[in-house]
Design a protein around this ligand. Sequence first.
Ligand code: FAD
Ligand code: NAD
Length: 474
Amino acid sequence: MSEKYDVIVIGAGPAGYVAAIRAAQLGLKAACVDAFAGKDGKQALGGTCLNVGCIPSKALLDSSRQFHNLTHNFGVHGITADNAKIDVPTFIGRKDKIVKQFTGGVAQLFKANKITPYFGTGKLLKGNSVEITGPDGTKQTISATNVILASGSVPIELPFAKFDNKMILDNAGALDLAEVPKRLGVIGAGVIGLELGSVWKRLGSDVTILEALPDFLSVADADVAKVAAREFAKQGLTIKLGAKLTKADIKKKEVHLTYEDKDGAHELVVDKLLVAVGRRAYTAGLLADDTGVKLDERGRIVVDEHNHTGVDGVWAIGDAVRGPMLAHKGSEEGVAVAEWIAGKAGHVNLDTVPWVIYTEPEIAWAGKTEKQLKDEGVPYKVGSFPFAAIGRAVAMNEAVGQVKMIAHAETDRILGVHMVGPGVSELIAECVVAMEFKGSSEDLARIVHAHPTLSEAVHEAALSVDKRAIHKGN
Ligand code: FAD
Ligand code: NAD
């Protein structure tokens, strides 16, 4: 007889493993099936995020930032270091250790919560059974009252630039290079292109990013995108807008690119090419034909506002469903679904999910951009404050960027906050809290912020909405 659970989760990324833990906390008997194998061929829980996404990219961003500061920014502090060098195997090895620590940490959490991990590919069968095919091809079937699909996403491949992870790289390949490429081409000036392009640029690569759209970082607020574009240009990142790749030929140890922009066709020769043109929901082999679970036109699992698929006891969360492809969004959905299954009141507010891009300067936002509000005809007022007037930022020699706050013109409710500058990955949290509490700019303006801190930029931006910032003209 097959093993029976209250909940089976397919996928142990930040959506799936968090769902399994929350289900176990609520007293449900939980199992989690995942196919991801680490460099040693053993099961590595944690999905894209822990293995080849959030965590390894932040490890490399941090190491490369230290190197860049040492070689470019420490002089002003009176600190010099002759012949600074980067040892790439150590740089990559540190990242690998961090990944192992965290994937092993999930295994420990599973043990502590009595969650059964299964290593293999899970397929949902009609009636809420899951067929698991192990790495050696052996099959077993387990069943549950509830199944949570958390199969995540994979990088989109361009038909004429197929990934080989030697010359043409996806995110996993770009996180694992053996040496600094002399010339790195990047397709897509999105989140991955900017983060991983920055990593290798800081270590000395000549990085050229080709972006198909005519506007830079159009998902962000235009004022933030403008500052970011200026700073990236200063750092020597070449970003070509309105540039569409049409060909990528591997010739010996080079990739020969052809791209088109408004001036016609151009050639570019690079040593490695990173293709980062977005990700798509991954559902290959996940669903038997007769489960009744539906996919939308973009291949995402269709769910309602409670992440229910419409099939009794089948739920879906994370990158595999609608909404932003972010780890914290998936984790919150995982918690909420486990709570709904246990008969409790789960909650996810997709309107306040924060975005952070971990470049230098960092970029962070939550809520609506000015353009979105204009398009929706919502009356609004704007306040902003530059880090150049923040004592702490100047003392850190990182006085670049600004905080921009948008509030409703009549009610003063905060509708969006957009930041570019030092530490904004942390500063955005305060604004998300305020927005979740349906707070106004007046609320933030009346809260004491420690001096001297970067958070004073949020305080001053809130004051500036009402034209009463203290440390700038209004
Ligand atoms: P995933 O993390 O993709 O996990 C899905 C898991 O399911 C995988 O282990 C997969 O092998 C497994 N699986 C799939 N199908 C099956 C099956 N049939 N049977 C068994 N197992 C299966 N987000 C952030 O919020 N912050 C960041 O800083 C950030 N940085 C990123 C950097 C990079 C380079 C990349 C690529 C992504 C980054 N992301 C970041 C996005 C983040 O990684 C994803 O949003 C997140 O991992 C999605 O979580 P998930 O659990 O839905 O899916
Ligand atoms: P993305 O959607 O952020 O950016 C892709 C970019 O490629 C877009 O600007 C798009 O216009 C461009 N593009 C698409 N097709 C193109 C083509 N043929 N030629 C040139 N440009 C083209 O996607 P991504 O950078 O691949 O990242 C995928 C997702 O992973 C992100 O959207 C995000 O959800 C997640 N992620 C998050 C973080 C973070 O939170 N810090 C970091 C990395 C990835």
